[in-house]
Design a protein around this ligand. Structure first.
Ligand code: ATP
Length: 363
């Protein structure tokens, strides 16, 4: 049986005055998943999140949660809670009272509140911190309190708006693992907003990549990385090499594209391409094979470019090279060194790739 949808958006459009910032968004979010809204600054992620939470009305369109139209309900009447970038904790209350706040509003009996808050503090691994003041917490601890305060209300959907942005890199990675654990333990649906593709890739079951108020692509992190549907997606998720040229022939599921003086063959997977049409090819740095070139130059075969190593960056477990070719400077990355040794700046090399390693992009 397929997982039911918990949030459904139909034709959601949002304008601030003359500026339309969300265009006709249709999106369904499955119960229990971690779905990330990813995209550059200003693409509309937070606005879409605030519309789901009820902090912002739509200009057009409907928001459904658990099959009910909540488009006109205020935030406190929707089964959602939101965690903000800057925690938004109450400084005049200690940790316990911050977490208990929502339950006191609901007039829960004292003993039940104590039990629920202790359970939540245990979940976020702050059992001993109930009496601490907020200013006595580290950033990571404050964000855990914010999570506990949201989750104690048992929301059907937890909305997280760049919750790790204020934390430094090391704590961010630790908190990502914590978020995954808490998600598993609670089974709550998470909708997460970030502009950081690493966070999105590590955390998400599915990613919605947004661009200028529209959904550019939606898929699992693996699908999005392996099969970007556009230049924007190929560039936004991970490093990629882009080659551009006209289609010279097209037959049997393969397009032949003129790149510099050579030809590149690439599967076109049914996407309509015409001879003469300019297209782009995306090739991930780890999909290249690179070998040293010695002696007189032979003819460059298809799916290959000759070049010179321009830069070598040693990053511990991997090495990233820049290879200048007559067409583009290619990024190449490997986890071991070529022939047991690293390539050096100035070395002449040939970079090649299998046709299936390239993705044909028409937009
Ligand atoms: P960031 O990653 O920088 O937070 P975002 O993708 O979350 O960006 P939004 O905050 O949703 O983007 O903003 C989308 C667009 O809507 C931006 O152009 C922003 O300036 C505009 N916008 C957001 N809120 C308002 C508002 N209250 N009034 C007018 N314009 C707004």
């Amino acid at each position: 049986m397929s997982t039911p949808n918990i949030v459904e958006l139909y034709g959601v459009t949002k304008a601030f005055g003359a500026l339309t910032v969300l265009h006709d968004i249709d999106l369904t979010i499955k119960e229990g998943e971690i779905l990330t809204l990813l995209g550059p600054s200003g693409c509309g992620k937070t606005t879409l999140m605030r519309i789901i939470a009820g902090f912002e009305p739509t200009t057009h369109g409907r928001v459904m949660i658990e099959g009910a139209d909540v488009s006109y309900l205020p935030p406190d009447r929707r089964p959602v809670n939101m965690v903000f970038q800057r925690y938004a904790l109450f400084p005049h209350l200690d940790v316990f009272d911050n977490v208990a706040f929502g339950l006191r509003l609901k007039k829960w009996p004292k003993a039940r509140i104590r039990e629920a808050v202790q359970h939540m503090l245990h979940l976020v691994q702050l059992d001993e911190y109930g009496n601490r003041w907020i200013h006595e917490l580290s950033g990571g601890q404050a964000q855990r309190v914010a999570l506990a305060r949201a989750l104690v209300n048992a929301p059907k959907v937890l909305l997280l708006d760049e919750p790790l942005a204020a934390l430094d890199l090391k704590i961010r990675h630790h908190m990502l693992a914590e978020l995954k654990r808490i998600h598993q333990e609670t089974g709550t649906t998470f909708i997460y907003v970030t502009h950081d593709q690493d966070e999105a890739t590590i955390l998400s079951d599915r990613i919605v990549l947004m661009n200028k108020g529209c959904i550019e692509q939606l898929g699992t992190p693996e699908e999005m990385y392996a099969h970007p549907g556009s230049l924007f997606c190929a560039r936004f998720l991970g490093e990629t090499n882009i080659l551009t040229g006209p289609v010279s022939a097209c037959a049997s599921g393969l397009a032949h594209v003129a790149i510099g003086a050579g030809t590149v063959t690439v599967p076109h997977n049914g996407s309509a391409v015409a001879v003469g049409q300019n297209v782009s090819l995306a090739i991930r740095p780890e999909a290249l094979q690179v070998r040293r070139r010695a002696g007189a130059a032979d003819a460059v075969p298809d799916n290959a470019l000759d070049g010179v190593v321009e830069d070598v960056v040693f990053m511990g477990s991997r090495v990233v090279y820049s290879i200048r070719t007559p067409v583009e400077t290619l990024k190449f990355q490997e986890t071991r060194s070529v022939d047991g040794t690293m390539l050096a700046r100035g070395e002449e090399v040939r970079a090649s790739w299998r046709p299936e390693a390239a993705v044909l992009l028409t937009r």
